[in-house]
Design a protein around this ligand. Structure first.
Ligand code: GLA
Length: 589
């Protein structure tokens, strides 16, 4: 397409009557076109259309005043602010300008001095082609439906003396005009826009830019090829080894792992991928594509931890841990990239910890997976300051494809059990409300559990809340502590019933248990919150959905729902129409 646009622009310009060549694309009935599928046209105008003329004049007068190309100034400013950049490649910046008419009006600006398609090298054309694919894919992922847009290519005029030196002050760029402001509301050109040329965007640009970034991430497939590309970009040579560490979803058994209860998690096909090459040096260089940030560790020196907990904390913690065990740590060049929504309750931190264990001490930890889980948990406690249970690390370290795991956190005995949902599937719904365990009430809940145990000391012999005698609840006078203990006992029972329901293939019963678990987490344990409750509420309005609940620690993050396979589209449409900002990730069994 890019080559075609370049060729046609050159060809059409050969007619001296043509002053401006304008390629564009339209998609969707919302745009008002007769053909709703993506389709393009190229107009050759015998004059410079007004909008382009205004833009050119502004760029020229900016240059005369500041001796700088306006588009460079925009790029620098956006890079400084950063919040509106969707992504950046070597030769292009993709961002949401603060002045956008439409909430999702992405701009793609060339960083070099191109003013026509024909100025781009072969590689730049390829780069731009991939960018366009990513941008429209990102739009489609935003609301899980084909996203309407107008895409306008701004090049410099042709055959006009007046604009001959325009490469000094003008720049090739592409402007998107997608006329949606939410999944089902159109952004119209109404009175202010049409009658006064005064765009009134009701959405916050930084917020919509973030939504787009999340949507883009959801379209990205992890592959060795893409990891390799990132590695090559960082280190200028090719990676030799790869390692994948999965995220996890907990089917049922929430907030009882640290109370010696039963849990039923499973590893998922989304996770973190590392591409690396070990070396003889004493230097570790790790680049995170998600955070666009690097970590360098000199193994000859003491490890320094960041003041605030971040992705580096988990890596440094694991390295410190392995060093203290006398495991050999080599120098390495490594990149990590992930398709796991970060901080969304799918255990990205456990995935990262286990990944580091496997990359540096593969042989050792492969034989000692329980130890890997315990070491990773220790890192969470010691360095990330979250007193988490063992479920996440255990599920990540021991996960098997398409298998659930019934784990008894009292003695770390586990059984794999197949998750066969017959004519149902499990959907994961991301609230996109980030969940930060440290900031959340997670540690507070653990402290409450310790209090209950201390309170019952002498009345009940159990050292683990999940194994209390239910009659002991009568000794808890404090209402809040009573509710917490009630959740733990009832949830433990629900896990037993859920594993039976799974074994019997009784998916409706499993669904009911999920729903009961959610209610208990909301009312008795108080960790669900508005967003997760809203998702469960709307999910349960779809009659083909037999059960839904929050998964993970709560306070944000994800929900799961068991839905009939033939109602997936209906479910997605209804739930994402009812709640803004959510994203549905499909997990199939
Ligand atoms: C987080 C913790 C787990 C577990 C869950 C809640 O994911 O890391 O140990 O407690 O919350 O079930």
């Amino acid at each position: 397409m890019i080559q075609l646009w370049a060729d046609r622009t050159t060809e059409i310009s050969k007619d001296p009557n043509i002053k401006y060549v304008f390629p564009f694309e339209n998609r969707g009935k919302e745009v008002g076109v007769t053909m709703p599928h993506p389709h393009g046209q190229i107009y050759g105008y015998s004059y410079i259309p007004l909008k382009l003329e205004v833009e050119l004049k502004s760029a020229k007068s900016y240059f005369e005043k500041n001796k700088t190309n306006l588009f460079d100034a925009i790029i620098w400013e956006e890079q400084k602010v950063d919040k509106r950049i969707i992504f950046e490649t070597k030769n292009f910046l993709v961002f949401l300008p603060f002045f956008t008419d439409y909430p999702y009006g992405v701009f793609i600006v060339a960083k070099n001095d191109a003013i026509y398609f024909s100025n781009f090298s072969e590689n730049e054309k390829k780069e731009l082609g991939i960018i366009l694919k990513d941008v429209v894919g990102m739009f489609d992922a935003l609301y899980d439906k084909p996203f309407p847009y107008m895409m306008c290519v701004h090049q410099a005029p042709v055959n006009s003396e007046e604009w001959e030196n325009s490469s000094l002050y003008y720049r090739f760029h592409i402007e998107f005009y997608p006329p949606l402001r939410s999944s089902d509301a159109i952004k119209y050109y109404a009175s202010s826009e049409m009658g006064a040329w005064a765009a009134a965007n009701t959405r916050n640009v930084e917020e919509t830019a973030l939504e787009l970034k999340i949507a883009l991430k959801n379209t990205k497939m992890l592959s060795k090829e893409s990891a390799n590309e990132i590695f090559l970009n960082q280190f200028s040579y090719t990676a030799e080894e790869y390692c994948f560490s999965p995220g996890r979803i907990n089917l049922i058994g929430e907030h009882i792992d640290y109370n010696g209860g039963l849990v039923l998690p499973f590893a998922i096909n989304k996770g973190i991928l590392a591409a690396f090459k070990k070396n003889e040096n004493k230097i570790i260089r790790i680049y995170s594509a998600d955070f666009e940030d690097s970590l360098v560790i000199d193994l000859g020196k003491a490890i320094e931890f960041p003041v605030e907990v971040n992705w580096k904390t988990y890596i440094l913690g694991m390295i410190e841990m392995m060093k203290s065990k006398g495991l050999f740590i080599s120098g390495i060049d490594m990149i990590i990239c992930s398709d796991l929504p970060l901080g969304s309750g799918l255990s990205s931190s456990a995935a990262l910890e286990c990944l580091i264990g496997y990359v540096f001490a593969n042989e050792y930890y492969d034989k000692n997976r329980k130890e890997l889980a315990l070491d990773a948990q220790h890192v969470e406690h010691e360095y990330a300051k979250v007193k988490c249970g063992i479920m996440d690390q255990f599920a990540v370290a021991n996960g098997k494809k398409e298998m659930g795991m019934l784990l008894d956190c009292n003695n770390l005995q586990s059984n794999y059990l197949p998750i066969e949902l017959k004519n149902f599937t499990l959907l994961v719904i991301n609230s996109n409300k980030p969940r930060a365990l440290v900031d959340s009430k997670y540690n507070e809940r653990r402290a409450e559990c310790d209090k209950i145990l201390a309170l019952l000391d002498g009345f009940d012999p159990s050292k683990e809340l999940a194994n209390l005698n239910p009659l002991s609840l009568a000794y808890i006078e404090d209402d809040i502590l009573y509710s917490r203990a009630k959740h733990i006992l009832t949830e433990n029972n629900r896990v037993k019933m859920a594993s039976n329901a799974l074994a019997d293939g009784n998916i409706e019963a499993l669904g009911q248990l999920l729903l009961a678990s959610h209610q208990s987490l909301d009312e008795d344990y108080e960790v669900a919150g508005h967003e997760l409750n809203t998702i469960v509420k709307y999910a349960m309005k779809v009659k083909e959905c037999v059960g839904a609940r929050m998964t993970g620690a709560g306070f944000g993050g994800c929900c799961i729902a068991i839905v009939e396979k033939n109602a997936i589209a209906k479910f997605k449409q209804y739930v994402s129409k009812s709640i803004k900002k959510i994203h549905i990730i499909l997990v199939l069994f």
